[in-house]
Design a protein around this ligand. Structure first.
Ligand SMILES: [Fe+2]
Ligand SMILES: [Fe+2]
Length: 477
C-alpha cells in the first residue's frame, strides 16, 4: 500500500478497529440475550442461573451505554444491525431473530436505568406465543403495561420504511452526480482535443462529490455502473472505473484525500485514448496488428498529456502509464527495467478490467455477467492482478455483484440490489413482470431471511439480463 502521511488515514484506521470492537460487543450482547431467553423457559424467575445470565447481559449493555444514550438493535430482512452496523449471526441467533419478527418486533432499544429484573421479564414475555400479543393489542402495549420503562420496542413496518426511504433518497441524487460526471469527462476530452489544459478544478470537484457519496452510500453509485451507456461508453467507462476504484479505496480504509487522488487517477487513466483514432477505439471486430500497436500507445500518450497538465497529481500520471503493465510479460508498455507498479496503478488496473469485462458487449457481442467477470479476475490473480487486491475487491463486490440476476430455489427471480455480510446471500428485488414496475411496488428481500432456522431462499444460478429481456436501467437508474 502507498506510504500514507495523511492524518485522516490514521483516524480511519482507528475508527475501523473501533467499529470491529463495537460489532463484537453487540454480538456478545445478542448472544447473552439469547441465553436469558432460553433460561426463562427452564428456570423460575429467582433461579441463580437465570439471574446470572441476566446480570451478564446487563453488564454488556451498561458498558455499551457508557458512550451512547441507548443501545439499539434492529432486525431488517434477516440481518441484525447494531445502530447502523451489520452484526454477523449464526443459525441459533437467526432463530432468535425469527422469534422477534414473528411477534412484530424489529427494533429493541435498551435505555440507561435498565435492571436485571426488566430483562428477565422481557425475556419471559418473548417466550409467549404471538397470538397472546395480538389479543392484548400488540407487544408495545404489553411492554408498557408490564412497566418495563427502560426497554423500547419498534414494530416491523416502521424500520423497513425508514430503510427503504433512505435508499430511495440516495438514488435520486446519484443519477444527477453521474450525469454531471459525464459532462466533466466530456469537457475534459474536448479540451485535450483542442490542445487546451484540462480544468482540474472542475475535475477535483466532480471526484470529491463522487467520493463523498460513495463514503455515504456506496451501493447506489455502484448500481449505476451496471448500466452500460453504449452511446456515451468512452466517458462512462472512465466514470465507472473511478466509482469502482474509489469504492475499493474506501473499502481498504484509505484516507479521504488518498481516495480522492485515486479517483482522479482512475477518471484520467485512459485520457491517452484521445490520441488514438476514433475508428480504432470503436472498431467492433478484431484489431489488425498495426491498430493494436496504436492502441497500446495510449498509456504513454496519457502520461505525456498529464505531465503537461497543471494541477494534476503525479500519481495520475503514473497510474495512466502503468494501468496496463500488470505483473506479466503481456502487459504494456514494455520497459526493460521493470519496476513494481504503484499500488494505485494496481487498483485502477483492477477496476478498469472489471468495468471493461462487464461492458464486453461493445467489443465482443457477448455479455459477461458481473459474476463471470469476478470469476475471471479471480483466475487472473497472482500473474496479472495483485492477489490481495483481488481478494478485497471480491469481498467488496460480493460473489453476485449489484445488478446480477439470480435464479432462486423457489423458482423466483431476484435482482441484486445490496450486499449483506454473506457474499452468497445479497439483498434482492423480487421480479415477476420484468417491465420495471417492480422498482416501485416490488419487495426487496434479503436472502439471509430464515424460517425455522433454515434459509427461505437460496441462489441456484444466474440469468443473463439480455436473455431474460430485462432492461437494468429501469431498475437501477
Ligand atoms: Fe486503458
Ligand atoms: Fe480503461
Amino acid at each position: 500500500m502507498p506510504d500514507m502521511q495523511d492524518d485522516s488515514r490514521g483516524e480511519l484506521r482507528q475508527s475501523f478497529f473501533a467499529k470491529q470492537q463495537l460489532i463484537s460487543a453487540a454480538k456478545t450482547a445478542f448472544q447473552q440475550l439469547s441465553a436469558v431467553l432460553k433460561n426463562t423457559t427452564l428456570y423460575p424467575e429467582e433461579h441463580p442461573f437465570l439471574r446470572a445470565s441476566a446480570e451478564k447481559l446487563l453488564g454488556t449493555i451498561e458498558a455499551l451505554l457508557v458512550d451512547r444514550k441507548e443501545v439499539a438493535f434492529y432486525i431488517v430482512g434477516g440481518e441484525l444491525f447494531f445502530e447502523t452496523l451489520s452484526v454477523p449471526i449464526d443459525q441459533s441467533l437467526s432463530l432468535l431473530m425469527e422469534q422477534f419478527t414473528s411477534r412484530d418486533v424489529s427494533g429493541i432499544i435498551f435505555k440507561p436505568g435498565l435492571t436485571e429484573m426488566e430483562l428477565i421479564k422481557f425475556a419471559a414475555l418473548m417466550s409467549k406465543e404471538p397470538a397472546f400479543f395480538t389479543a392484548q393489542g400488540g407487544i408495545t402495549e404489553v411492554i408498557t403495561q408490564e412497566g418495563m420503562a427502560h426497554i423500547e420496542l419498534h414494530r416491523v413496518m416502521v424500520v423497513d420504511k425508514k430503510v427503504s426511504g433512505a435508499i430511495k433518497i440516495g438514488k435520486k441524487k446519484v443519477a444527477e452526480i453521474y450525469i454531471d460526471a459525464i459532462e466533466t469527462v466530456k469537457e475534459m476530452v474536448h479540451a485535450v482535443h483542442l490542445d487546451k489544459a484540462i480544468n482540474m478544478r472542475q475535475m477535483n470537484t466532480t471526484v470529491q462529490t463522487m467520493v463523498d457519496n460513495i463514503l455515504d452510500n456506496r451501493d447506489a453509485l455502484m448500481g449505476l455502473t451496471c448500466i452500460k451507456m453504449y452511446d456515451e461508453y468512452t466517458f462512462a467507462h472512465s466514470i465507472n472505473t473511478a466509482i469502482l476504484a474509489i469504492s475499493l479505496g474506501s473499502f481498504l480504509s484509505f484516507g479521504k484525500s488518498q481516495i480522492a487522488a485515486l479517483g482522479v487517477a482512475a477518471l484520467l487513466h485512459d485520457i491517452g485514448k484521445v490520441n488514438v483514432p476514433h475508428e480504432v477505439i470503436n472498431k467492433p471486430g478484431k484489431l489488425t496488428d498495426e491498430e493494436w500497436e496504436v492502441v497500446k500507445r495510449h498509456p504513454i500518450e496519457g502520461a505525456m498529456i498529464l505531465s503537461d497538465t497543471p494541477g494534476v497529481t503525479k500519481l495520475a500520471m503514473v497510474a495512466a502509464f502503468e494501468h496496463h503493465q500488470h505483473g506479466d510479460v503481456q502487459g504494456y508498455p514494455w520497459i526493460d527495467d521493470r519496476l513494481q507498479q504503484h499500488p494505485f496503478s494496481h487498483i485502477v488496473s483492477l477496476a478498469d478490467a472489471y468495468e471493461a469485462l462487464t461492458a464486453a458487449r461493445v467489443y465482443y457481442k457477448v455479455q459477461i455477467s458481473p459474476e463471470q467477470a469476478i470469476r475471471i479476475l479471480v483466475k487472473k490473480r497472482g500473474n496479472v492482478f495483485d492477489p490481495t487486491l483481488v481478494k478485497a475487491f471480491v469481498n467488496m463486490m460480493g460473489i453476485f455483484p449489484i445488478g446480477t440476476l439470480l435464479k432462486l430455489d423457489t423458482g423466483e427471480i431476484g435482482l441484486v440490489m445490496h450486499q449483506t455480510r454473506d457474499l452468497m446471500r445479497p439483498r434482492v428485488l423480487m421480479l415477476s413482470k420484468f417491465d420495471g414496475s417492480e422498482k416501485k411496488t416490488g419487495a426487496e428481500i434479503s436472502l439471509l431471511e430464515t424460517v425455522g432456522g433454515k434459509y427461505k431462499r437460496s441462489v441456484v444460478g444466474t440469468l443473463d439480463p439480455a436473455v431474460a429481456k430485462i432492461d437494468l436501467k429501469t431498475y437501477l437508474g
